[in-house]
Design a protein around this ligand. Sequence first.
Ligand code: ADP
Ligand code: MG
Ligand code: MG
Length: 884
Amino acid sequence: MTGYVRAFGDGSRDMAALLGGKGAGLAEMTRLGLPVPPGFTVTTDACRVWLKTGEEPPGLSAETALAMARLERAMGRRLGAADDPLLVSVRSGAPFSMPGMMDTILDIGLNDTSVIGLAEATGQERFAWDSYRRLVQMFGHVVLGVDAHLFEQAIAARTARRGTHDEHALDAAEVAALTDEFKSIVRRETGEDFPQDPGEQLTRAVRAVFASWNSERARVYRRREHIPDDLGTAVNVQAMVFGNLGADSGTGVAFTRDPATGAPGLYGDYLPDAQGEDVVSGVRDTVPLTELRRIAPRVHHQLGDHLRTLERHYRDLCDVEFTVERGRLWILQTRIGKRTAEAAFRIAHDLSEEGTISADEALARVDGAGLTRLMFPRFATPDDTPLARGVPASPGAAVGAAVFDSAEAVRRAAAGEPAVLVRRETSPDDLPGMIAARAVLTSRGGKTSHAAVVARGMGRVCVCGADTLDVDTARRRFTTADGVVVHEGDTLSVDGTAGTVHLGALPLTTSDVGQALATGTADGPLTEAVLAALAHADAVRRLEVRANADTPEDAVRARALGAQGIGLCRTEHMFLGERRTLVEQLILARDDTAREQALAALLPLQRADFTGILAAMDGLPVTVRLIDPPLHEFLPDRTRLAVRLARSPDPDPHDRALLDAVERMREQNPMLGLRGVRLGLAVPGLTAMQVRALAEAVVQRRRDGGRPRPEIMIPLVGTVEELRLARAEAERVLAEVAAEAGLPEHDLDCPVGTMIELPRAALTAGRLAEVADFFSFGTNDLTQTTWGLSRDDAEASFLPLYLERGVLAVSPFETIDEEGVGRLVELAVAEGRAAAPRLETGVCGEHGGDPASVHFFHRAGLDYVSCSPFRVPAARLEAGRAAL
Ligand code: ADP
Ligand code: MG
Ligand code: MG
């Protein structure tokens, strides 16, 4: 059998594209000899045919029947037979893990007669009816599209009559009656009877799993995780085993290590007398695995053995779903476990220390985004009086307004308001809200509940199972054990590391990882793992990492975080604050003398700034960009000025002059206007003042025994002539200051380079390289000018729409557009280097700190990336990973 169906024994772990992750895992475990209930996989090929044509591929039903017949032979039982029936589950399983996003149907094969057979074979009547009840419910909802609430209401009504909330209180006869009621609901809602033919149940269940690939929640999940829409899902048909056959049965989830912290040792949840789903949905409270060791030591021991086998085999953290049927252990699923960033670092480090993986592999398994998350602040002082405690399911600190449903979280996030999503438990329908919220808080479920698994996967802060909270979704509030009522909109602080939730906004402070990075010393297993990963990244990376820093304080911080210099020092920041009046004087100057006076007043201030920055980066390159934005940005707002003048009985002549200047300098498209090198050429003395300030700072630093390494960078160059003029001016001033300081003429000469942030600059890179010592790609502006759009305007208008409609997969301002902007970068590097082989190249736009972009810049052969100080560690890590 090789077509669309494969027995579990007939595949392996590297076949996830065809068998789905779950099918490949089942196949691999079967090959390893682990106790897996037998079954077969309908491949993603079949699903893709179905998705494309709406029809099952020819031959599929015959192949399925054949596989089913083999399964029946192996089990010695027949699907849905009147006595001792074989039952199967029909389980979705996509090539990439999409936990809980698609559908699975259990207990296929039960009908009005086989339910009796099952009761007799197991000796458990209630169990048999409960299984049938579950089948009608799942099949009714998933396959026949019946509203799930109708079934829930029917359960609630029946349990209420018994004076309880707990369906376990219902006896066999009552569950049988409930099953009948479910069947009537199906008939009433769909006009057809629940199908009694086991073969028909199977076929239709397989088709429904195919269809669940395109459910709304599955699509949302894929979009977020960048999983292509056309992969399709595989379907696994597997003999049922039962964890709900009494006290010697049960079901659970186990990890080879703790997926939240990475700490070594078996970790998981167990639920006695229950079916698999009960654990994941979080509707019943689980016990830790240590409890299983107490209840069934032999099973616990076997589970440990199997997990060790899997971890050794996969050489990574694995998790499994398992079920114990009357003392017999079955493994139902395995995969490489999702983990927090913290666990990722710790596990990679531990596995590499244990010799299981190499240092390169360890580095490949962590990433910059995770590192950045670990650097996020934590709550400053422990608050001993939380509203409630729960399970620390996904670490971090988050502050936001309490909201009680997904839609409200989405609405608030769209309005820029941080939210904390509070639910009793989450279901896949809550996914949009979990994406939008800063944190997720639930009152039920453990570390392996839906909320916990999904939050960890997304890096959302999560506390779950805070069981003293009474969550009242309908009235949009929850009540604590002490009777405190928290309403929608109230501010909460959620500590996913401690597992606590607090009223109000707690103050934040540096995280342990942030601290360790700044000081270079580890104080525990996590920080040790992070420093080890960075050390290895530093050893293997080719790209240098510099920082964008405009002040001595930023420079100090950047250097502590590992920056190898400053790739962008924006000088316009030095024109703000109290210095605005000096800039106003410069702009209002009517003659050379007035202008020179204004410049002369700015000079010492700017010199002091440079001196501080050069000192902070002593011995490392500091790339100073001459002033870039249009000067009117330093003037007061036009409307406010006009109003002030109009209201004043005695208008201030200075204000009037200012308003004139503002109006004179107003541009339709300031982004494309008088800025960058254009400004330096248009305002006499401006470039000279800035270069002089820098040169004098260098002289001073040298006198103080420092090793200043300045570089001068000219912004927004479009033609080599601009660069030639600016460079000549700079060199004239450098020579002048050298002479004043009694130094040789060229003693203060330093590299002079250009930014590449206009397509014309990239296209004429060969010419520019004749005059430039280095290129620095200003990828923010280069993206704006290549796309012909203004970032701020686009982000406020059509960019979100483009992302939603899939016109763009990711904002080109977040991750470099390789195809367009990237091509200009590659071209400029190639032609620049051809003209000047020693040309240095780097990036100073924010893309320099974006993980995906860093990989591109590595491939493009740049010498360095420069990014904000906070992103330097992530850039180092990614530069290392890019070099693997
Ligand atoms: P998901 O991908 O959402 O985890 P699964 O296919 O793993 O869905 O199934 C959902 C639940 O049903 C799981 O907890 C699993 O353990 C349980 N389950 C699936 N197949 C079987 C089976 N053959 N016997 C017993 N339990 C099963
Ligand atoms: Mg599963
Ligand atoms: Mg720019």
